[in-house]
Design a protein around this ligand. Structure first.
Ligand SMILES: N[C@@H](CCC(=O)N[C@@H](CS)C(=O)NCC(=O)O)C(=O)O
Length: 226
């Protein structure tokens, strides 16, 4: 079977990093299309045709003779990868026979994906700054609220990763959020279980390959080798 996978991505985007890491974990080769958020390329007519939300990531998959599938939400795309490529790489969700653990993984993923990222996103920061909010302070407070909740839950569920010893969708959301948290001065040490999970994740090759410092669109001054 021949699949062509394209990811519209930006090196600093935490939502894009979720998918970069998932694709590397599942060893699915992909081509990147770079969308520079600071230059406003997410709002270009060409990009809006692909992703009407004006965001990254967008995952486009062409499988054999089927019509291409375009997915414009990262959590939907992560679940799609799991369902469409069940035999590639590790499972990103616990088995369907364990709905409790699946709900737990989705709860953790949504703490990041619904409670933290949307309210600290670039378009929100651009709106709160003229109202007098300090952008970093705004993000730090909201990230800390979310991490407090994450820590309380993983204190009961963690093994090497957020739910046991298998990397799940929750971890794919967590690790890029931790990079964003550090950027605005959050002390991850205040969330010791979460911090330990992040360190375990950062040792994984797929995470190194998806890291914001190792992308082809990472500016030279930030670039590290994976
Ligand atoms: N819920 C969306 C959020 C996507 C999103 O907000 N992406 C950010 C980067 S992480 C973005 O493109 N921001 C552009 C902007 O705010 O203008 C998803 O999970 O894919």
């Amino acid at each position: 079977m021949t699949d062509t996978v394209t990811l519209h991505t930006y090196f600093r985007s935490s939502c894009s990093a979720r998918l970069r890491i998932a694709l590397h974990l599942k060893q699915i080769p992909f081509t990147s299309v770079y969308v520079n958020l600071l230059k406003g390329e997410q709002s270009s007519p060409a990009h809006l045709t692909i992703n009407p939300s004006g965001t990254v990531p967008t995952l486009v998959i062409q499988r054999d003779s089927q019509a291409p599938v375009t997915i414009t939400q990262s959590l939907a795309a992560l679940e799609y990868l799991e369902e469409a490529f069940p035999d590639r790489g590790p499972a990103l969700l616990p088995p369907a026979s364990d709905p409790e653990s699946r709900a737990l993984v989705r709860t953790l993923a949504q703490i990041i994906g619904c409670d933290i990222q949307p309210v600290t996103n670039l378009r929100i920061l651009k709106r709160v700054a003229p109202l007098g909010a300090d952008r970093a302070g705004w993000s730090k407070d909201l990230i800390e609220d979310g991490l407090r909740a994450y820590e309380a839950i993983v204190a009961r569920s963690a093994g090497r990763f957020s739910v046991g010893d298998q990397i799940t969708i929750a971890d794919l959301c967590l690790v890029p959020a931790a990079w964003g948290a550090e950027r605005v001065g959050v002390d991850l040490g205040a969330y010791p279980v979460t911090h330990g999970i992040v360190k375990n994740l950062e040792a994984e090759q797929a995470v190194k390959l998806g890291h914001w410092t190792t992308q082809d669109d990472t500016p030279e001054e930030f670039r590290l080798k994976a």
